[in-house]
Ligand binder design. Structure first.
Ligand SMILES: Nc1ncnc2c1ncn2[C@@H]1O[C@H](COP(=O)(O)OP(=O)(O)O)[C@@H](O)[C@H]1O
Ligand SMILES: [Mg+2]
Length: 252
């Protein structure tokens, strides 16, 4: 199952969510590939890989026909990452002139799809060609959105974009739902926005705001190993359990 984690807004926990959900799924024994298609390479860094030190990245795969297997790094048991680095920022320009430019990632991931139970794609904070490639390559979409007003405003546009891609390019694409992130239950604002999310969208989980989440990224260790009994660890586990359930249903 290939899942895009998208939101055109930056800083809403896309990378954090991919990192922790992937850690959970791998911990449960599933074979997991994380795909970093953000030129900022935050997911690559969170996984303990220094982008400036790597030779080839997803850029070379998408734009220079390098085999994807050359840019997969093992980062844990059952866990690999397809790495990114800053040169990916020019990929949008290079891809524009390519044939079938929206479906290059789809073709690439087909080569390794059978080796993994879950592929999670961490998208850049825009709805450009890289994100469209992710949506074309995916079966499912998850939208992390922080529980604040401007984040809420962006979700409508996002859902419309996903619908457009579904209609024009990938009819099998489904939105699993929204993860309400960085939730602070002590503030009325955060609670009110969470209510609006719940009334308008399928909220598959809520992640509390906590400094432990930042600490785990800094340590390069997913929450399930870093603080196994923490509140946010349990919150992410609920979400990964849901994905396991969805995968099981689809395999029947
Ligand atoms: N639940 C959370 N509580 C506190 N800080 C968080 C939480 N989730 C993410 N962060 C922090 O917020 C920042 C943005 O998160 P990130 O996952 O990089 O967002 P995105 O990928 O959407 O840009 C990072 O510094 C991250 O450590
Ligand atoms: Mg990110």
């Amino acid at each position: 199952m290939i899942i895009s984690v998208i939101n055109q807004k930056g800083g809403v926990s896309k990378t954090t969510s991919v990192f922790n959900i992937a850690g959970n799924l791998a911990g449960e024994g599933y074979k997991v590939l994380q795909v970093d298609i953000d030129p900022q390479a935050s997911l690559t860094i969170a996984n303990g890989i220094e982008p400036s030190r790597i030779d080839k990245s997803i850029y070379d795969v998408l734009c220079e026909d390098v085999n994807i297997k050359e840019v997969l790094h093992e980062v844990g048991e059952n866990l690999k990452i397809c790495v990114s680095k800053l040169d990916l920022s020019v990929a949008e320009l290079s891809l524009v002139n390519k044939m079938a430019r929206e479906t290059i990632l789809k073709k690439v991931l087909k080569e390794v799809n059978k080796e993994f139970d879950f592929i999670l794609i961490d998208c850049p904070p825009n709805l450009g060609l890289l994100t469209i490639n992710a949506l074309c390559a995916s079966d499912k979409v998850i939208i992390p959105a922080s529980t604040d007003y401007l984040s809420l405003r962006g979700v409508d546009l996002l859902v419309k974009t996903v619908d457009k891609v579904k209609y024009n390019l990938n009819e099998d694409l489904d939105i699993i739902g929204i993860i309400a992130t960085m939730h602070n239950s002590r503030t009325t604002h955060s609670n009110e926005i969470l209510e609006v999310f719940k009334n308008n969208y399928n909220v598959i989980g809520t992640i509390s705001e906590s400094v432990r989440v930042k600490d785990s990224i800094l340590a390069g260790i997913p929450l399930c190993k870093f603080v196994p009994t923490h509140k946010t660890t349990k919150e992410y586990k609920k979400i990964s359990d849901k994905l396991i359930e969805i995968r099981k249903k689809e395999m029947q």
